[in-house]
Design a protein around this ligand. Structure first.
Ligand SMILES: Nc1nc2c(c(=O)[nH]1)N[C@H]1C(S)=C(S)[C@@H](COP(=O)(O)OP(=O)(O)OC[C@H]3O[C@@H](n4cnc5c(=O)[nH]c(N)nc54)[C@H](O)[C@@H]3O)O[C@H]1N2
Ligand SMILES: Nc1nc2c(c(=O)[nH]1)N[C@H]1C(S)=C(S)[C@@H](COP(=O)(O)OP(=O)(O)OC[C@H]3O[C@@H](n4cnc5c(=O)[nH]c(N)nc54)[C@H](O)[C@@H]3O)O[C@H]1N2
Ligand code: SF4
Ligand SMILES: [Mo]
Length: 670
């Protein structure tokens, strides 16, 4: 009998998650047997989520793409025939060339979001190809657009409090975040802090697992965080609790912020948000009186018309209350600003000034864009499952005169509409370098197994296309080693980072693992100050920064439908493995008013679309709020439409971000 060979190899998880776990992969005879966490990244603390523990099902499952294919049936049917890589790439290169020659480069749209991609598999050789083709550009706005703009405007992307430092906090405010699903390593830290005596406050329209353990839970109606935060700011100023010395030294615009917050009494904020006056006041007093106090701001508050202003107001709180300058004091949103490495700088050509397509408008642009898109190249994204106005996206993808390439690891809902499907490697089969956006860690990981089937890494496929189209140039970095070297060369600490990535295998920014805001970290704004009412943002917001826009609900569509993360998928990634039907959830009062009960088949609808599914009645939601998770696939509902069919393609007040949680719907028995 042949002897088996087992190896244990290091890796790191690049998925769209703040934690960037360090991993140990058990490989037997070239096959992945087991994935576990290690302590290399101290945040991982030996445990990882169940999604990645069971990554083998994604790697080797039936839906895994193993070779290139061309369409043989109608679009959407998922009928394909295997072809070889050379033929597939020839076909794609020919269509790219023809599209550019006949319709201009802007008729080509690369569609990627790349939240689950590290430095090597997005914005490297792909950026090179599409820039040199002078294709349309994509504004990646489905996530973090409004938050990024707000943090950049107020704090010049200053990173925040390390999760490890939450242990020092005496008050933890979880504002529109759900670490129990979306970044699990913060949860035991919060639990330990609570044991040490810290208070926990959750601001979320839903009773999340942490809300159930909190000392105080504020449940604002979706989209009303702005009035809530402004009422706290108002109280801090009015009651003399604002840290005027800190503001004078480190901030500009505090008088103007005070003026804009002035109309938001607790009474008025309560009326708008549905939060009780007593709860608003309790939070204001607790926040003002407790040190250190930290706000973990998530992405829930950004996904609506007021998103940018809401995030700005939430992040202004620690400045007004003077909460910085101590371990466990300040805010955390995304810590990605800690690393300033730029993959796209390796493209070898500046970004052209071609048309910029807002990702939220892809459906509309596929149907009516001028110039019309004739070549759509989808990679690192599953737009049919994740973009708003799903029915428009579906209609766009169904266009017979559109040539669509989908390059993915599995047969996604989007891939069923492709003309050519290309199989991609996963992070266990290619080289990757990833920085966390919660943890400050940077980790590089080599492949631990050979590619499954004929799958290939992005950096290789886009290089091959560059060569086929005669767009490659002498000296272009192409191999992962060249790309990593090019990236590290952008840092003054390049050699030091290289050495740390080799041994022990992880690197941290110069400010270390647990930097303190206003001790180690300072605003990256031009004058190094906090700008509480940044001019550029004030100009950009349709009615000026901090102006509340009313609820978009109507008599026909009165219920706010939110679509938060679940622990079973990362956005839509792993959705092929979740075969169950998924229910829409609503409060008993709303259900009773409609004569509905748990288990009923219902129609969730508005003018954009309709989802048919089961109902679950839940006390965890406030009256007026319904919930269905993000990242669903067509097999998760009765009619194949998901909450994205109900999400509008309207934009946040800042940065053209997604307003998924502005979906307003009615629900009735089917
Ligand atoms: N398991 C898992 N992990 C993930 C992801 C995943 O899909 N699954 N996604 C990853 C990605 S792409 C991201 S961006 C992050 C997101 O990380 P988080 O922001 O922590 O997670 P979300 O589920 O998007 O939303 C957080 C909470 O916001 C609440 N919420 C909705 N609307 C509002 C509102 O108007 N105001 C307030 N205050 N709260 C509101 C929701 O009920 C939810 O509990 O997580 C990442 N991690
Ligand atoms: N209703 C609703 N929808 C939402 C949201 C919401 O709140 N509500 N939130 C949004 C958020 S936060 C986000 S971040 C977006 C994310 O939306 P998407 O960017 O579409 O993210 P995923 O669904 O994770 O899809 C990523 C795809 O890339 C593939 N992939 C991963 N790595 C590679 C690689 O190396 N090469 C190639 N070629 N493919 C790869 C994966 O298999 C997967 O199919 O969704 C948004 N959609
Ligand atoms: S998804 Fe997050 S928690 Fe799960 S292994 Fe990856 S980094 Fe860790
Ligand atoms: Mo996201």
């Amino acid at each position: 009998m042949r002897s088996t060979e087992t190896e244990i190899l290091p890796s790191a998880c690049p998925l769209d998650c703040p934690d960037t776990c360090s991993l140990e992969v058990t490989v037997t005879d070239g096959r992945v047997e087991k994935l576990e966490g290690t302590r290399l990244n101290p945040l991982t603390a030996d445990f990882i989520c169940s999604k990645v523990r069971r990554f083998g099902r994604h790697l080797y499952g039936d839906e895994r793409l193993r070779y290139p294919m061309v369409r043989r049936g109608p679009k959407g049917s998922g009928e394909f025939e295997r072809i070889d890589w050379d033929s597939a790439l020839d076909l794609i290169a020919e269509n790219l060339r023809d599209t550019r020659d006949q319709h201009g480069g802007e008729a080509i749209l690369p569609l990627c979001y790349g939240g689950s991609n590290g430095y090597l598999t997005q914005d490297t050789t792909d950026a090179r190809l599409f820039r040199r083709l002078e294709s349309s550009r994509l504004a990646r706005t489905v996530c973090a657009a409004a938050t990024s703009r707000a943090v950049a405007g107020l704090y010049g992307k200053m990173p925040g409090v390390a999760f490890e430092d939450y242990l020092h906090a005496r008050l933890i405010v979880i504002w529109g975040a759900n670490p129990s699903a979306a970044g699990i390593h913060l949860v035991p830290i919060i639990q330990q802090a609570q044991k040490n005596g810290a208070k926990l406050v959750v601001v979320d329209p839903r009773r999340t697992p942490l809300a159930k353990k909190a000392d105080l839970h504020l449940a604002p109606h979706p989209g009303t965080d702005l009035p809530v935060a402004l009422s706290l700011i108002r109280w801090l100023f009015e009651s003399g609790a604002a840290d005027l010395d800190f503001l004078a030294e480190h901030a500009s615009g505090s008088d103007e912020l005070q003026r804009r917050a002035a109309p938001w009494t607790f009474e008025r904020a309560a009326e708008t948000s549905g939060v009780a006056v007593t709860d608003l006041e309790a939070l204001a007093r607790l926040y003002s009186a407790t040190d250190p106090a930290v706000i973990r701001c998530g992405w829930g508050p950004e996904r609506n018309r007021n998103g940018g202003s809401a995030i700005a107001a939430i992040l202004a709180l620690p400045a007004v209350a003077g909460k910085f300058r101590r371990h466990g004091g300040g805010y955390t949103l995304s810590n990605s600003g800690a690393w300033r490495l730029n993959s796209a700088a390796l493209a070898g050509v500046d970004e052209p000034t071609t048309r910029l397509v807002n990702m939220n408008h892809v459906g509309e642009m596929l149907l009516r864009g001028e110039p019309l898109i004739h070549h759509l190249f989808v990679y690192n994204a599953n737009p049919l499952a994740t973009l708003p106005e799903q029915e428009k996206v579906r209609a766009g993808l169904s266009r017979e005169d559109l040539f669509t390439v989908v390059f993915d690891q599995v047969m996604t809902d989007t891939a069923r509409y492709a003309d050519v499907v290309l199989p991609a490697t996963t992070f266990l089969e290619h080289h990757e370098m990833r920085r966390g956006y919660g943890t400050f860690a940077l980790i590089e990981a080599q492949p631990v197994i050979a590619p499954v089937g004929e799958s290939k890494p992005n950096y290789q496929v886009f290089s091959e296309l560059c060569h086929r189209l005669e767009l490659a140039r002498e000296g272009d970095p192409e191999s992962p080693q060249e790309l990593v070297a090019g990236l590290l060369a952008q840092s003054e600490r390049g050699d030091e980072l290289r050495a740390a990535l080799d041994d022990p295998g992880i690197a941290f920014p110069e400010t270390g693992q647990t930097p303190v805001q206003f001790v180690d970290l300072f605003p990256g704004t031009a004058d190094g100050k906090i700008h509480l009412v940044p001019e550029a943002l004030d100009r950009e917001a349709p009615q000026g920064l901090y102006t509340y826009q009313d609820d978009p609900g109507s008599a026909q569509a009165p219920l706010a439908l939110i679509s938060p993360s679940t622990s079973r998928t990362v956005s839509s990634t792993f959705g092929q493995l979740v075969r169950q039907q998924v229910a829409v959830e609503m409060n008993p009062i709303d259900a009773t008013a409609r004569g509905l009960s748990s288990g009923d088949k219902v129609r969730v609808f508005n003018t954009s679309g309709e989802v048919e599914c089961k109902l679950r009645v839940s006390q965890d939601l406030q009256p007026g709020v319904a919930m269905m998770p993000k990242g669903l696939w067509s097999h998760n509902t009765l009619n194949g439409a998901t909450p994205n069919a109900l999400a509008p393609d309207t934009l946040t007040d800042l940065a053209g971000g997604a307003c998924f949680n502005d979906a307003r719907v009615e629900i009735e028995a089917l």
